[in-house]
Design a protein around this ligand. Structure first.
Ligand SMILES: *Cc1c(COP(=O)(O)O)cnc(C)c1O
Length: 489
């Protein structure tokens, strides 16, 4: 059945191109690592030559295939989009189950609903997952994909990560209750908000371990890096990460661009997106959707004061500056690691040139695009920098004009969309990357209203917490990981 209640339309899901590209391989942007299938690229994360995995060629759907997907439920679009990217690395039935489970607990029946903000202006709400931010949309898949591939191979991994508060819970929710995974998240003790802490510590799953480190976020990051740098420990614990450079996360995010574009009339009608951007993972997924055949006209990159990408789009030069804290902390970045994937395309997929460019960037702190590359970049992408003051003004104005409360990251997307829409008649979709209740202080400052947590998260504020406080000391943390992980026995 097509998934619509009472509709009675028997429907076989199109799995476009899957039979043509059953062996889709992933190559490294730096050109020196062996090509891998989807499953191996998933488990590897970063390529051994320091590059990021990208598809050897982009699967491309015919217009008729996209047209067949229009009006389908989110899960159907997910399966169709992911099938050619996964190839034969995961069986169809397993993928069906993984997709169904991934979005079953989401708080909105449409999974990723569109809301109209004004004429031709739309908001794509990507905060109906378990941790109220868009990362859930890919991570819910990635955790299950990891578990499936590992279980099939009889393997187990230990995921370790550090968080300043905003993103640790998405990794925890992705890995919870997965038999082949233990997950350890380090956060700075006493330096995250109560909601952020409770989102991590109230998860009642035996394979989830939340560590409050007596130190700063930088200390937590240093501890994680040191664990990975300890080759014996890394091997023995089978350390792994689910960070934003993992190809599977990019793949999982392509789905909502397709879903939104199809809802607004694609493939016969064009659509543009505005994306509040940090590591460039989310907006790169939009680029990937376009390579797969969706008629995407423009991609607007919204940044906060940490505006390395907005500057790149006006000057053609990427120059590192210090990171300043803002009201949109998930976008406070110095270097957008996923930009390397776009650079790979701009430089004609020349791995050696990318390796040289990235080495130069690391050495000199800046990288200048050639004239042709800059022209190609700005032919699709535009940038807009939105400071904290304008972010608050946007939250206030959107509330006054539509009644909607939006979080600071989302407000940057909306403002960037307005700033770069020009006089195009193409619908412009701003991405809502976090629920307003995830950043209640900023929303209250702008509107006087403190957005409540959705009811489905209600018991989080009273549920028992599980956490371990440890000193800022590598040996103590390693000992803890060793005694708690399933791989140790
Ligand atoms: C992670 C995050 C972003 C930035 O996304 P990237 O993929 O890193 O560009 C924006 N908004 C929110 C709420 C986030 O959590």
């Amino acid at each position: 059945m097509c998934g619509l209640p009472g509709c009675g339309r028997a429907a076989t899901l199109p799995r476009p191109s899957a039979k043509d590209i059953t062996q889709l391989q992933y190559v490294s942007t730096r050109g020196k690592a062996p090509a891998l299938g989807f499953d191996d690229a998933l488990l590897a994360g970063l390529a051994p030559d320091g590059g990021l995995y990208v598809p050897e060629l982009w699967p491309h759907f015919a217009e008729a295939t996209w047209a067949e997907l229009a009006g389908r439920p989110y899960g159907d679009v997910a399966k169709a989009v992911l099938a050619p990217l996964i190839g034969d690395a995961i069986e169809d039935e397993a993928l069906d189950a993984i997709v169904a489970e991934s979005y079953a607990g989401f708080g909105h029946a449409a999974v990723a609903p569109l809301k109209q903000l004004g004429p031709g202006e739309w908001l794509l709400e990507l905060f109906h997952g378990p941790t109220l931010a868009f990362k859930d949309y890919a991570l819910q898949l990635v955790g299950r994909l990891f578990d499936h591939v590992l279980t099939k191979r009889g393997q187990h991994v230990t995921i370790v990560g550090a968080t300043s508060g905003d993103t640790g819970s998405a990794a925890i929710e992705a890995c919870r209750d997965r038999n082949a995974i233990d997950v350890f998240i380090l956060y700075p003790h006493g330096r995250v908000s109560e909601v952020q802490r409770r989102q991590m510590t109230t998860v009642a799953a035996a394979n989830v371990h939340t560590i409050a480190v007596e130190g700063t976020f930088d200390d937590c990051q240093d501890l994680v890096k040191a664990m990975f740098a300890d080759a014996v420990f890394r091997e023995r614990m089978r350390l792994s990460a689910v960070n934003s450079i993992n190809w599977a996360r990019i793949a999982g995010q392509i789905v909502y661009y397709a879903f939104a574009a199809l809802s607004l009339g694609a493939p016969s009608r064009k659509v543009s997106f505005a994306v509040p951007t940090g590591n460039f993972g989310n907006v790169f997924s939009a680029y990937a959707a376009r390579r797969m055949g969706l008629p995407i006209e423009r991609l607007v990159i919204g940044t906060n004061r940490n505006d390395i990408l907005a500057r790149l789009l006006t000057t053609g030069e990427m120059t590192i500056e210090g990171v300043e804290p803002t009201l949109s902390p998930s976008m406070d970045i110095q270097v957008s690691s996923n930009f390397e994937r776009l650079l790979f395309e701009l430089m004609g997929r020349d791995g050696a040139a990318i390796a040289a460019a990235m080495a130069q960037f690391r050495r000199e702190g800046s990288l200048k695009l050639g004239a042709a590359q800059f022209k190609e970049l700005t032919g699709l992408f535009a940038g807009a920098r939105v400071d904290d003051e304008t972010t608050l003004a946007t939250i206030r104005r959107i509330h006054e004009s539509t009644g909607e409360l939006v979080d600071p990251h989302t407000a940057i997307g909306i403002r960037a969309a307005e700033a770069r829409r020009g006089c195009s008649a193409t619908p412009m979709v701003a991405l809502g990357t976090a629920h307003p209740a995830k950043f209640p202080d900023a929303v209250a400052r702008a509107t006087g209203i403190r957005p409540p947590l959705p009811a489905r998260l209600g018991d989080m504020m009273t549920a028992p917490e599980r956490l371990t406080v440890l000193p800022n000391d590598l040996k103590s943390v390693q000992n803890f990981v060793r005694t708690k992980t399933g791989a140790a026995s």
